[in-house]
Ligand binder design. Structure first.
Ligand SMILES: [Zn+2]
Length: 372
């Protein structure tokens, strides 16, 4: 990271190295932190502040973030403020603030910034505003640190893709590779990064994979976080085994034939999904390409809305539960660590809600049934 005179800005550089290497965060996280620090330094330069003590004016920084376009003033607007559209929304500002908090905590720990900075960015809160699960067994109130500057973010509801939409997208595919991709998103529920990161050696599609040195039963794929050349990144830290059904296995088989026809025996890398129809042939597809495929398929299938990979993942989770799956099963299948993480993914089918009501016996019938 370079400062305005293009010298390496040491404190930030040390921090980012630690984030990336010691704590093993994603490259995208490191980039987001770096961008946050650049914004802070820019603001400090423009307003003549010292970054070490700028935390006392976080409120002003937030205003600046909200209303200053571009990289801090090339495109200065005359009267920034309410009435015009904010340049950065609350979610984006919170991301910047998170990066800056992490950076300042690191700087205080390394004696590069005074300790009172922590009081400026954190305040003491009690544990009562935490979710029940995090409050602990004792029921007593505990004191904890809470970020002082945090903006309300609107809840964004993500809809599931309907089964009809998924089928229409599947039918709109022009290759076996794209059909497999649609199933990996909507039936296996993988994220784009996990899909693009799959290797051929991750798929164990036979009933018995012991010959390959794998004890897992039935057809499955392994979801593993790796540093990939196509930047595909699994959001889950842990690896897990994802069972796949006959439909998915069939799609795999058809894709293997298609891939072989284009690339031959030796063709391509160990990546599962590779370029077949445009150069460089055999190179892994990117995470972005999966989003673009969904866009193209939504359009081609005439869905009238954009069905994203995330909506496909929601469809998978909801279908599992609609078919009688339990919450802990969905959690494991989505590769999630926390029991509450699957909740936003669930969109109960209307008929299931109807059944839930119908199962409750009428009180009158109940009394009649008891016999007088
Ligand atoms: Zn296996």
């Amino acid at each position: 990271m370079l400062d305005e005179e293009c010298r390496v800005f040491e404190p930030a550089d040390r921090f980012l190295r630690e984030v990336r290497l010691a704590r093993g965060r994603a490259e995208s996280t490191t980039k987001a932190y770096a961008h946050a620090i650049v914004l802070l330094l820019l603001w400090c330069t423009i307003t003549g502040r010292d970054w070490r003590t700028a935390a006392r004016d976080m409120g002003l920084f937030i205003l600046w973030l909200r209303w200053t376009p571009g990289r801090g003033g090339q495109h200065r607007i005359v009267v920034p403020g309410p009435g015009t559209k904010a340049v950065r929304g609350n979610r984006r500002i919170n991301q910047v603030l998170t990066g800056i908090r992490m950076f300042l905590v690191h700087a205080v720990g390394a004696n590069e910034a005074p300790a009172w900075v922590l009081e400026q960015i954190y305040e003491l809160g009690d544990s009562l505003d935490l979710p029940l699960e995090a409050q602990g067994e004792s029921g007593g109130m505990r004191v904890r640190l809470r970020a002082r500057h945090h903006l309300q973010e609107p809840e964004t509801d993500i809809d599931r893709a309907s089964d009809e939409e998924v089928v229409a997208m599947f039918l709109a595919c022009r290759s076996a590779r794209d059909r497999l991709t649609v199933l990996l998103l909507s039936r296996v529920g993988l994220r784009p990064g996990q899909t693009a990161g799959l290797r051929r050696s991750d798929s164990h599609l036979m009933m018995d994979s012991r010959a390959l040195g794998c004890e897992a039963e039935g057809a499955h794929v392994h979801i593993i976080r790796r540093q990939n050349e196509n930047d595909a990144w699994s959001k889950s830290k842990q690896s897990w085994v994802m069972p796949v059904d006959f439909l998915v296995v069939q799609a795999f088989d058809q894709y293997v034939i298609e891939r072989h026809e284009v690339l031959g025996d030796e063709g391509g890398s160990d990546f599962l999904l590779v370029n077949l129809f445009r150069p460089p042939c055999g190179a892994p597809i990117t995470t972005d390409a999966i989003g673009e495929l969904c866009e193209a398929l939504s359009r081609r299938a005439g869905l009238g809305r954009l069905v994203t990979p995330r909506m496909c993942r929601h469809a998978m989770a909801s279908n599992v539960v609609d078919a009688g799956g339990k919450l802990d099963e969905v959690q494991a299948l989505l590769g999630q660590k926390h029991p509450s993480s699957p909740r936003p993914y669930l969109h109960p089918k209307e008929s299931r809600l109807r059944d839930a009501i119908d199962r409750v016996p009428s009180p009158r019938l109940h009394r009649e049934g008891e016999g007088r």
